[in-house]
Design a protein around this ligand. Structure first.
Ligand SMILES: Nc1nc2c(c(=O)[nH]1)N[C@H]1C(S)=C(S)[C@@H](COP(=O)(O)OP(=O)(O)OC[C@H]3O[C@@H](n4cnc5c(=O)[nH]c(N)nc54)[C@H](O)[C@@H]3O)O[C@H]1N2
Ligand SMILES: Nc1nc2c(c(=O)[nH]1)N[C@H]1C(S)=C(S)[C@@H](COP(=O)(O)OP(=O)(O)OC[C@H]3O[C@@H](n4cnc5c(=O)[nH]c(N)nc54)[C@H](O)[C@@H]3O)O[C@H]1N2
Ligand code: SF4
Ligand SMILES: [Mo]
Length: 891
């Protein structure tokens, strides 16, 4: 069967086979959802569930009438969303009943990309895939299989890691990988040992009780909760503002959060670390930090051997509950002294200074930090970051003087080569102020239910199943060892191996996400990789551009069809399937069933994965989602069914849940304060563990790895983005503007671009451009433009606005599902990732590439790209088609 014209799509639809074509006219109106349903039945029920259209998991009440989901509304019992939902969540019904849902497994029937498919049973599709994987494994080794998944909001990312560990390949990634969250998780884990303060990732839980938290100033640094989590964090920030909390927003564009801030710093994209170092310098110079706290609870008074960069140790601890004993310079005796943990009142450790100890030149960590930030005066930062020195000072003063305060960072600083350094600098700012575990602080270790604790959240990753020699083959992860905290490979290195076969071939690729070609940097550079694959599998809810290149297409469940456990502030919720359609499958089950097929074909480790005795606490693979969830809920004495009936419920009395000053609590094992979850039990602002990580992979890699080409730096440092008006003056003559991106509230990554109501609101990506720059480019508001970088070009609609600084333009990701069946497959026309950079230099620690802060030029275009849909009536073929529920597929 062929499916590359619209009329053939009609035929396919009639035949009940999901092709890659948009459905045709005659789509029933939305109201038809309320239709008759099953004959004779007249039943309405409310399903208490949770949204999954983004990571916030807001509580939802879904009205199901005669088997069809007809209405969604927020659940007021959710302490984070408080009954709110956003446009993405509310479009869940249109996504669920989208006429183009992937309904059944499809196997390619023609040439790759030709879009000829045949319907297959799940069993046949699984067998086809498993045979393909086993063949690749036999021919090239298990490492020649790569898997990838969707990023933010995907509750299943660890099921991919788990499958890979069991199958024996170290190579899986998600496009967010090194450019989303990981830099922040890494820095805060290593320096503090608690949860990072990211709002879009549902942290900073202290802030969700506006009447109770004493916070007075909140800094939103490169994060826009009003767009990235409107119903939860966005609403929370607006509640805080209403009660008088001041905000500082560091963002090149005037988001709603910036518009309502007390100080807005429209920073040059990619220059954040320079500004952060200036904040640190100002705080140190003006002695605004919490000196007593810094001396007692950070490692900044500890002496560092300048040559080896390692901390001096008086004694290495033999007891896993006790930290090593470090050395300070005691001012009372003017000499080096061991400082027993946690503190010795007899000593008076120097914070500043350079000393000689046993002939070695030593400095305190504090001294090294001060030297590091020396050059970053307010004036220097103003020049580098395109800001005003006086305004920077006002922002810092608000943060330091109007306290308690806290700093939330987002994804902006994760998306350039300065990524880990930005997270380290942001953590340093809060920790110097003592903004940790006190009321009002964002950095907290509130008690959890324990059901979700890593590495078992929500799927045990079975790390020990991956043999040492396989782990050592993880692509890009010897150089960028921070990736091991995520157990993941490096996207660009995997791409390169796919293309060149070096250091070894990668020949099969299973992806479970939306549109990889919309989410990865330099999308077109991935095409040669795709062409080299022996097997490509795509599992998703609807076909996307990536599906066009697949050999097997699998139907994934929408969120209204799935179950999941959700933990929010002290409450456990259940996402519960409101219906089930066609032959869609939960992806957690897919990976389990694929492992089973591989076992049947003789894969020994896959066979063992079904043996409870062998798997032990890694949990054997399961045959149903009920079985899987019951494994977790049994820890609190409930079956999954009982849990769903009970949810939502609080798991602790509120005051026990919100546990402040955890570091001061006595550890029964030692009789001393438990401290922070770091090797020294102090806040490690001088992050010696970075050096160990670069040399050995410890503490994240299970096995010792050879050293990276150079040591990672224990202190944050700034370097110019690799393509910038300052670093690349020649290039800037042709490409004078700095491009960045940020979320819009209507879509989640590549998803929902085919939702009629959302596309009506936001039919095409806007390019935010300042009037001065627009004038220079000959562009007016509403014009279609070309945006071009060294790597490619794409189109957008100019939005001329003073809400962005004159040197910067901003564009969100986009792709055009209406063009799936054209030669472009819809991923080139309006895709900012045609412009971004996926090549070295990368961030040293985690290998981040460049999604934000690089050079482009803007020119006027004749009009929109051919064939894209822009008018409300264009989207009619995508109106929902009500469908009867179906039983789940058993394989
Ligand atoms: N230029 C540019 N590029 C970017 C970014 C940017 O800001 N600018 N952002 C980057 C970031 S931060 C990220 S995280 C990536 C995202 O890139 P991808 O993750 O590839 O994006 P999608 O595949 O569209 O997103 C996966 C979607 O699947 C949804 N999903 C829901 N349920 C499930 C499930 O059960 N399993 C799976 N697998 N997925 C599920 C997730 O909520 C999410 O919406 O894009 C990156 N790319
Ligand atoms: N609607 C929607 N919500 C989402 C997602 C989505 O795709 N759509 N994705 C989810 C995911 S995976 C993530 S990671 C989170 C991210 O959530 P946020 O961290 O809030 O993400 P963004 O809006 O992408 O980026 C924040 C802000 O950074 C600004 N910015 C751009 N460049 C720079 C820079 O160089 N420096 C600074 N300081 N700011 C800069 C942008 O203008 C933007 O307003 O959102 C999640 N929520
Ligand atoms: S913020 Fe919107 S999309 Fe995200 S979970 Fe809540 S309702 Fe769903
Ligand atoms: Mo992300």
């Amino acid at each position: 069967m062929q499916a590359n014209t619209f009329s053939q799509a009609e035929f396919l639809a009639a035949a009940g086979i999901g092709g890659l074509c948009p459905a045709q006219d005659d789509t029933p109106a939305f109201a038809a959802l309320e239709g008759e349903g099953r004959a004779g039945a007249d039943e309405t029920r409310i399903v208490k569930t949770c949204c999954r259209a983004c990571i916030a998991n807001c509580g939802v009440l879904a009205t199901v009438r005669n088997g069809r989901v007809v209405k969604l509304q927020g659940n007021p019992e959710d302490p984070m969303s408080k009954g709110r939902m956003c446009a993405k969540g509310l479009s869940g019904i249109q996504a669920l009943y989208h006429p183009n849902r992937n309904k059944y497994p499809l196997i390619r029937a023609g040439e790759r990309g030709e879009n000829k498919w045949r319907r297959a049973s799940w069993d046949e599709a699984l067998e086809y895939i498993a045979k393909g994987l086993m063949k690749v494994r036999e021919q090239y080794g298990a490492e020649a299989v790569a898997c990838s998944t969707g990023g933010g909001g995907n509750p299943e990312i660890w099921s991919i890691a788990r499958f890979c560990n069991i199958f024996g390949t170290p190579n899986w990634f998600e496009p967010g990988c090194a450019q989303c969250y990981l830099p922040r998780v890494l820095a805060y884990t290593m320096m503090y040992g608690g949860v990072d303060p990211s709002i879009a990732d549902s942290n900073a839980l202290e802030l969700y009780f506006p009447d109770e938290t004493p916070i007075k100033t909140l800094v939103l640094w490169g994060t826009a909760p009003s767009y990235s989590c409107p119903a939860s964090g966005g609403g929370m920030v607006s509640d805080l503002r209403a009660k008088g909390v001041k905000t500082v927003v560091v963002d090149p564009r005037m988001t709603p959060d910036a518009a309502k801030s007390d100080v807005w710093l429209p920073i040059r994209p990619g220059s954040d670390v320079a500004l952060m170092l200036a904040w640190i310098r100002y705080i140190l110079e003006h002695k605004l930090f919490d000196r007593d706290f810094v001396r007692k609870w950070t490692n900044l008074p500890y002496l560092v051997d300048v040559e080896s960069k390692m901390l001096l140790r008086a004694e290495k601890s033999q007891d896993p509950d006790e930290p090593d004993t470090f050395v300070v310079w005691d001012q009372k005796t003017a000499g080096p002294r061991p400082l027993p943990y946690p503190w010795d009142d007899a000593l008076d450790p120097a914070l500043e200074g350079t000393f000689t100890v046993d002939g070695r030149r030593c400095k305190t960590g504090f001294q090294l930090l001060w030297e590091r930030v020396q050059a970053y005066t307010l004036e220097k930062a103003a020049e580098l970051c395109w800001l005003d020195a006086e305004r920077i000072e006002r922002a810092i003063r608000l943060f330091t003087d109007n306290s308690p305060s806290g700093l939330a960072i987002g994804v902006a600083t994760d998306q350039g080569a300065n990524s880990v350094q930005a997270a380290m600098a942001a953590a340093t700012i809060d920790l110097l102020m003592g903004n940790v575990e006190r009321p009002g602080a964002l950095l907290q270790r509130f008690r959890t239910s324990g059901l979700f604790d890593m590495p078992n959240y929500p799927v045990p990753i079975a790390a020990r199943m991956l043999p040492e020699e396989q782990l050592k083959k993880r692509l890009g992860a010897n150089e960028h060892k921070g990736l091991h905290i995520w157990f993941a490979g490096h996207p660009s290195s995997i791409r390169d191996a796919m293309i060149t076969g070096k250091p070894y071939p990668v020949k099969a690729w299973i992806d479970r996400s939306g549109n990889k070609l919309g989410a990865v940097a330099d999308s077109q550079s991935w095409l040669p990789a795709i062409e080299n694959m022996d097997l490509i599998v795509h599992m998703y809810t609807t076909p996307t551009s990536f599906s066009a290149y697949a050999d097997v297409l699998l139907p994934a469940e929408e969120w209204l069809e799935t179950d999941m456990m959700v933990e929010t502030c002290n409450k456990l919720f259940a996402r519960q399937a409101a219906t089930h359609l066609w032959e869609t499958m939960d992806e957690t089950l897919f990976w389990s069933r694929l492992a089973k097929k591989c076992a049947e074909l003789g894969h020994e480790r896959c066979r063992l994965a079904f043996d409870p005795e062998f798997m032990g606490k890694d949990l054997a693979y399961w045959d149903s989602m009920d079985e899987f969830f019951t494994h977790f809920t049994s820890r609190i004495g409930l079956t999954w069914k009982q849990f769903k009936e009970k949810a939502p419920f609080e798991y602790l009395p509120r005051d026990q849940w919100r546990s402040y000053y955890v570091y001061r609590q006595t550890d029964p094992k030692t009789g001393k304060p438990g401290g922070f979850a770091t090797p020294s039990k102090k806040l490690e602002l001088y992050l010696e563990s970075m050096i160990t990580l670069s040399r050995t992979g410890k503490p994240f890699s299970l096995y010792e790895l050879p050293p990276a080409s150079r040591d990672y730096d224990p202190l944050p440092y700034y370097f110019e983005p690799y393509e910038s008006p300052i670093a690349s003056t020649e290039l800037a003559k042709e490409y004078p503007l700095v491009l960045t991106s940020g979320r819009v509230p209507f879509y989640h990554h590549g998803t929902l671009r085919n939702i009629p109501w959302l596309r009506e609101i936001y039919p095409a990506p806007e390019l935010w451009i300042h009037p001065t720059a627009a004038g220079q480019c000959g562009v007016a508001d509403g014009d279609w433009v070309w945006v071009a970088s060294q790597r490619g070009r794409t189109q957008a609609i100019a939005r001329v606005t003073e809400g962005i600084n004159p040197g910067t333009v901003c564009m969100e990701r986009f792709w055009n599902p209406e063009k799936l069946n054209t030669p472009t497959h819809g991923w080139r026309e309006m895709n900012v990732n045609m412009l971004t950079k996926a090549d070295a230099p990368f961030n040293d620690v985690v290998g981040t590439y460049t999604l934000r802060g690089f050079l482009v030029k803007v020119t006027k275009a004749e009009g929109p790209p051919e064939g894209v849909w822009l008018k409300p009536e264009d989207f009619k073929p995508w109106l929902p088609q009500p469908t009867e529920p179906t039983p789940e597929v058993r394989v």
